[in-house]
Design a protein. Structure first.
Ligand code: ADP
Ligand code: MG
Length: 240
């Protein structure tokens, strides 16, 4: 589903990703953890070309998306992304937020997009908020709308960058619940998170990033029980 080979990314002099090679199979739920500044967000953003890799190759469903001739928009359509800060359109209703992209890109008629958006809002428990504006929602509700919006493009892969980090503690659960449901439905997911309970319960594989490399990876339960690297151990001691 995703194949990354020798991925590096520099910002000026600063080499943030130092050669990442990784395969992600269909249906995997990969959880990425690691200290702040280790390159987790940059890695996710390279996967859907929100950042242009400095070197290396990325294949999505067999297509090399780092080739010059690649259609970036087509690639992005396959991948939904959910950010820490929701990034909803403030002047659009909840329903419009969800229905907008497939309508604009003419993937669906306006009517079909609204039907689909409504069904997705029902799925995340927010159909009653369809006509509200983002400002009228709690953080947890905003994030559930953001997930519905990403799903409205029928992505094959969902990328989550610390989706619960900006939420008040009592709202974290409702968002993780939606993500868990998505995982159970078989979605391929890459999730950067500090929620170790989620990593343990939902993650099929855990990647520990440190200073621009994947230092350690494997079954989340095994890594939590017996990390191989000292740096993994000291990180886990702080967050578990
Ligand atoms: P993480 O998500 O693990 O906290 P990031 O991928 O956000 O880490 O950042 C890794 C490093 O890259 C940090 O040192 C950060 O300051 C730097 N960085 C990220 N984005 C940019 C950018 N657009 N320009 C310059 N430096 C950046
Ligand atoms: Mg980050």
């Amino acid at each position: 589903m995703i194949r990354v080979e020798g991925l590096t990314k520099s910002f000026g002099e600063l080499e943030v990703l130092k050669g990442i090679t990784e395969h992600i199979a269909p249906g995997e739920k990969v959880v990425v953890i690691g200290p702040s500044g280790s390159g987790k967000s940059t890695f996710l953003r390279c996967l859907n070309l929100l950042e242009q890799p400095t070197a290396g190759k990325i294949y999505i469903e067999g297509e090399c998306i780092t080739d010059k001739g690649c259609n970036v928009n087509k690639v992005r359509q396959k991948m939904g992304m959910v950010f820490q800060n929701f990034n909803l359109f403030p002047h659009r209703t909840v329903l419009d937020n969800v229905a907008l992209a497939p309508t604009k890109l003419k993937l669906l008629s306006a009517g079909d997009a609204k039907d689909k958006a409504m069904a997705l809002l029902r799925r995340v428990g927010l159909d009653s908020k369809a006509d509200n504006y983002p400002v009228q929602l709690s953080g947890g509700q905003k994030q559930r709308v953001a997930i519905a919006r990403a799903l409205c493009m029928s992505p094959d892969i969902m990328l989550f960058d610390e989706p619960t980090s900006a939420l008040d503690p009592e709202m974290v659960g409702e968002v993780l619940e939606v993500m868990k449901q998505l995982a159970q439905e078989g979605m391929t997911m890459v999730v950067v998170t500090h929620e170790m309970g989620f990593a343990r319960e939902v993650g099929s594989r855990l990647l520990f990033m440190d200073e621009g490399v994947i230092l350690e990876q494997g079954d989340p339960r095994e890594i939590f029980a017996a990390p191989k690297h000292e740096r993994t151990r000291s990180f886990l001691q702080k967050v578990l």
